[in-house]
Write a protein that binds this ligand. Structure first.
Ligand code: G3H
Ligand code: 13P
Ligand code: ZN
Length: 329
């Protein structure tokens, strides 16, 4: 992929090829410099490739050009990092902006809230335009619960991906990765009680593709934060008022899901919890302080630790040498 700068941005497709069926690549949302520094440091420390995700909200938070500049700089500060840059939950217009920018390795078109045929139509248009530039496309079928950008899906209105529809969707759109609804939702309140991922849906999608003679398609798991109980308790002990029933994905289910074809695992909420815990505890303990840099440094260190831990659970830790070899880097 002819990126015009020196840092090691690879394509999302290259990462998928190495990881599929073996481990999952962590896809982490970033909004600012502190998160970016923690992310790169955590991935270098754990020797893991990764995907940086930029949401529409993140592009608006400061300015999309600011994020691009931060990522380019991080790539220069950490020249051994191997990563791809991805648009998270894009609409058609934002996808085209990213495709035309030359900076993104992949985009997600999220037309999952439209009827099936319209979702196919929109996704196919984006795929055609992206593929012409060598950019891969993630598309969503089925509906996750929870809050994402300006869309709220009420509990009970979410629906799991139908594996038969998945085959038709993939064949008609030509998408490169499928964001499938397998029981997760965005945000901190995913499950009530002990619930598990729908491994059956992941298995059926892979089996139906195989039976149809279609090449395997990486599955993307959105809403993958584990919402650690300890993090919620610490936030609340420092003045937060999060619902203590907050609950996420069982982190021991990441790797089994990866072995079945979940190749990209999206994590955002857990990083926000780290930020909130660090800052609440810092200002609780030092109420007279107003310099944001000391807690900012603690956050970068804590976020790096968190990212390295996640990469271990995903099985991507320690795979940089393998990725380098298989990509001829
Ligand atoms: O799925 C949504 C991601 O967590 C991004 O969240 O749209 O608030 O940046 P955001
Ligand atoms: P979480 O809210 O579980 O972190 O999910 C993030 C996500 O799916 C981003 O696309
Ligand atoms: Zn998502």
């Amino acid at each position: 992929m002819p990126f015009h700068f020196r840092v090691m941005i690879v394509t999302t497709a290259q990462l998928y090829r190495v990881a599929y069926g073996k481990f999952a690549i962590g896809a982490y949302n970033i909004n600012n410099a502190e998160q970016t520094m923690g992310l790169f440091r955590g991935c270098i420390e754990s020797q893991a490739p990764f995907i940086i995700q930029i949401s529409k909200g993140a592009r608006k938070y400061t300015d999309k050009r600011m994020l691009e500049a931060i990522i380019r700089s991080a790539g220069e500060i950490f020249p051994d990092a191997i990563f791809a840059v991805h648009l998270d939950h894009g609409d058609e217009e934002t996808c085209y902006d990213c495709i035309d920018s030359g900076f993104y390795s992949s985009v997600m078109i999220d037309a999952s809230h439209d009827p099936f045929e319209k979702n196919i139509e929109i996704t196919k248009r984006v795929c055609d335009r992206a593929h012409a530039k060598g950019i891969s496309v993630e598309a969503e079928l089925g509906m996750l619960g929870g809050v994402e950008e300006d869309i709220v899906v009420e509990e009970g209105n979410e629906c799991l991906t139908n594996p038969d529809e998945a085959l038709e969707f993939i064949q008609k759109t030509g998408c490169d990765a499928l964001a499938a609804a397998i029981g997760t939702s965005h945000g901190a309140y995913k499950f009530k009680g002990q619930q598990s991922l729908h491994f059956d849906v992941i298995e059926k999608i892979a089996a139906i593709l195989k039976a149809a003679g279609h090449a395997p398609v990486p599955i993307v798991m959105h809403g993958s934060s584990s919402v650690p109980k300890e993090e919620v308790a610490r936030i609340n002990a420092a003045g937060g008022k999060l619902d203590p029933s907050a609950c996420g994905v069982n982190e021991n289910e990441y790797l089994p899901a990866a072995k079945l074809g979940v190749t990209k695992v999206n994590i955002d909420t857990d990083g926000r919890l780290v930020w909130t815990r660090v800052h609440r505890e810092y200002f609780r303990d030092k109420p007279g302080d107003f310099d944001f840099r000391p807690p900012g440094i603690i956050f970068q260190n804590e976020y790096a630790k968190f990212i390295a831990g996640r990469n271990k659970l995903l099985g991507s830790a320690g795979t940089i040498p393998e990725i380098r070899k298989s990509l001829g880097l």
